[in-house]
Design a protein around this ligand. Structure first.
Ligand code: DX5
Ligand code: ZN
Length: 222
């Protein structure tokens, strides 16, 4: 297991996104995490397919699109065409999880499911076999810069145990409130993909913050 780092551009300067992804790539990031919010599922409005298409031209890294939207099925083809490599949707946002994940995989993209802090790990029991990754929200989605919710640690362990019990290899991505000083314990709980927004792009030295996250993560590689 190699722990991967996915800087979230939500905390970057939106007027300089090409610079932000180039910096992340040079510093050793593994994925670029893009937060899509629709003003309905969460009360904030962020990035749409044209911005993802522009990012696609600006980086070779896989683009990890986190859909915080109602009716995700409508948006999946649009983000696929824009060049998203990984697409996750919220279990709370769709009544047709299996159908939507099948659509993502049918388009040749990695399919993920995101869980809000109030949603238990067992919500994924029937769908684990159809997933490429799980995204555990460790803050209530909507904004960067919030504090990590400690009870999410137990859920990450629970999810890791359920994945192992089924002999599946599904990485757990964790998103929200991750900082240099708490990332170690979350990796120990089972996180394999670290989303970090404010810890990277609000740091005085964003590239240095990515390198430091990589250094910490490398201590857990096996
Ligand atoms: C929040 C987003 C996150 C956000 C994390 O709804 O899904 O990806 O960028 O920001 P930090 O790392 O600052 O908590
Ligand atoms: Zn996110």
């Amino acid at each position: 297991m190699n722990v991967r780092i996915a800087p979230s551009i939500l905390s970057a300067d939106f007027a300089k996104l090409a610079e932000a992804v180039a910096l992340a790539e040079r510093a050793g990031a593994d994925l670029i995490h893009v937060d899509v919010m629709d003003g309905h599922f969460v009360p904030n409005l962020t990035i749409g397919p044209p911005v993802v298409a522009a990012l696609r031209r600006a980086t070779r890294l896989p683009i990890d699109v986190h859909l915080m939207v109602e009716n995700p099925r409508f948006f999946i083809p649009l983000f696929h065409e824009a060049g998203a490599d990984w697409i996750s949707l919220h279990v709370e946002a769709t009544a047709h999880l299996h159908k939507d994940l099948t659509m993502i995989r049918g388009l040749g993209r990695k399919a993920g499911v995101a869980l809000n802090p109030g949603t238990p790990a067992h919500a994924l029991d029937e769908i684990l076999g159809e997933l490429d990754y799980v995204l555990v929200m460790s803050v209530d989605p909507g904004w960067g810069g919030q504090a990590f919710i400690p009870s999410c640690l137990g859920k990450i362990r629970d999810l890791r145990d359920r994945i192992r019990a089924r002999k599946l290899e599904i990485p757990i991505e964790v998103d929200g409130g991750l900082k240099l000083d708490n990332v170690g314990e979350v990796i120990e709980a089972g996180m394999e993909i670290v989303v970090a927004g404010s810890a990277v792009f609000e740091a005085p030295d964003p590239a240095g913050a990515i390198r430091e996250l990589k250094r910490i993560a490398a201590g857990y590689n096996r």
